[in-house]
Design a protein around this ligand. Structure first.
Ligand code: ADP
Ligand code: MG
Length: 448
């Protein structure tokens, strides 16, 4: 993915999150310069606008970046006059994968970077790892399908590619397809557009494989025809004894608007979760990553990063990348000072130290409603609106399971939280008021 593409995806996310004025004045004028050492470099027209954007929008920019598939985990903002200092190369030579015909073998989709050898196993992912290895050794037999779920950046995609790589090595004749559900949806829609009913190439591609892995299946929510296609693909592959692996950010029963047949198929899979890693696992992961990057980073620096970034491995890697980047920029060795500088940037941008209670407090403050009402049972329109926004923000910013979010509101059911999330997402798409409220509250929390 090149910088321009990533930026376009970020803009479509930010357009919803930032109010129109802010979006036009501050966000739109930014330009992607390129990707350097795994960091997306954005340019703002003047140094004054740069500092405005940094103080107002950095958290939202980072948040948007994190949600773009295949994007680097870090970004930095420079002003036009600092541009000479940078000479970013595009991250990768242009690939031709877009032009590949639908029927081509997709084993090439498997990223060799992610394998079992460089997947660090800890209590948090032991089960998922064991199941994945069993699947890779004997695809289509014991654990079929396998359904892996867990929060963002905890290794679901890594594990899927590891299965693909292992199968490719030991059973090179097997046909392997890995897709994100977004690609699946888009190809399906294209295939309907070009033929009446899903076109044969599309069906052949997905139903004629030995190992089918669909990532981020939560996105098929509210896509009935795609769900139907997945259901039939499912039936056909299962009858033929072919292996399927799915990954999602929540368990099957929490994926909203999912066809009952698909839901029950998912639920009858072997469902395994991945939890956030404990400190030891985090340190082990950082050691692995710094060896891979062939940099010599002192143990105390790695420990410090692991202690301070706990919820998301991708973010932890982002901080490590930044440490290496800063060391290179200042032509010095990696030391604690540089580490603290990188982490200082990180702190303002993440939800690390935010609690659900704080999110509720800020939401109450914004709407001027008593906390007891927001977490209570009253059904007045204003209170319900505030309650739903608080639920949405807790779910969105802290990546908590819906059932836990409900606990902060007097033990509400996860379906209530689900409903709240859907309402807020729909409202943000349709009305400026909700959009502004969510954006403002989020900014208040991140700036606290
Ligand atoms: P998810 O798909 O769950 O959002 P990813 O699989 O993309 O997360 O993982 C995010 C990053 O963290 C990747 O660079 C991946 O290599 C790394 N990662 C996650 N879990 C592990 C692990 N157990 N060992 C090593 N690296 C990991
Ligand atoms: Mg993923």
């Amino acid at each position: 993915m090149d910088a321009e593409q990533i930026w376009q995806d970020m803009l479509s996310i930010l357009e919803v999150e930032v109010n129109t004025l802010g979006f036009d004045v501050w966000i739109k004028p930014l330009r992607p310069l390129g990707i350097e050492d795994g960091i997306l470099v954005l340019v703002s027209p003047t140094s004054a606008s740069k500092s405005e954007v940094v103080s107002r929008y950095m958290p939202l920019l980072k948040g948007a970046l994190r949600r773009v598939d295949g994007a680097p985990s870090e970004l930095t903002l420079i002003s036009e006059d600092e541009r000479d200092r940078y000479s970013p190369r595009e991250s990768e030579p242009k690939k031709t994968e877009k032009a590949a015909p639908v029927s081509s073998s997709h084993a090439s989709n498997i990223n060799p970077k992610y394998n079992f050898e460089n997947f660090v196993v800890g209590g948090c992912n032991k089960l998922a790892h064991a199941a994945a290895q069993a699947v890779a050794e004997n695809p289509g037999t014991l654990y079929n399908p396998l359904f892996i779920y867990g929060g963002v950046g905890l290794g679901k995609t890594h594990i899927m590619h590891a299965i693909g790589n292992a199968v490719r090595m030991s059973m090179s004749n097997l046909k392997i397809v890995y897709v994100s559900s977004k690609t699946f949806i888009n190809e399906f829609i294209d295939s309907i557009r070009t033929a009446k009913g899903a076109n044969q190439d599309f069906r052949d591609k997905y139903r004629g494989v030995d190992l089918l892995m669909i990532d981020d299946v939560q996105f098929i929510s509210k896509k009935p025809s795609t769900q139907e296609e997945i259901f039939h693909t499912f039936e056909e592959l299962q009858n033929a004894g072919k292996q399927m692996v799915f990954a999602s950010d929540c368990p099957p029963q929490e994926i909203p608007d999912l066809d009952a047949r698909v839901k029950s198929r998912f639920a009858s899979s072997l469902v395994v979760d991945i939890q956030p890693p404990d400190l030891e696992t985090r340190i082990a992961i950082l050691q692995h990553k710094s060896q891979e990057a062939k940099t010599n980073i002192p143990a105390n620096v790695l420990e410090y990063i692991a202690e301070n970034v706990s919820s998301n491995i991708r973010e932890m890697e982002g901080v490590l990348t930044k440490v290496i980047f800063l060391a290179k920029l200042s032509e010095s060795r990696v030391d604690m000072d540089i580490c603290k500088q990188a982490l200082g940037d990180y702190r303002v941008q993440t939800c690390e130290e935010i609690t659900a209670d704080e999110i509720i407090d800020y939401t109450c403050k914004y709407f001027n409603i008593a906390k007891a009402d927001v977490v209570g049972k009253k059904k007045n329109k204003e209170i319900v609106e505030a309650r739903q926004i608080a639920m949405y923000l807790i779910y969105d910013m802290l990546s908590l399971p819906m059932i836990s979010v409900g606990q902060f509101f007097g033990g509400k059911e996860h379906t209530t939280v689900l409903h709240a999330r859907d309402r807020v997402v729909a409202a943000m798409a349709n009305d400026e008021k909700t959009r502004t409220a969510v954006g403002d509250i989020k900014a208040m929390i991140l700036r606290k």
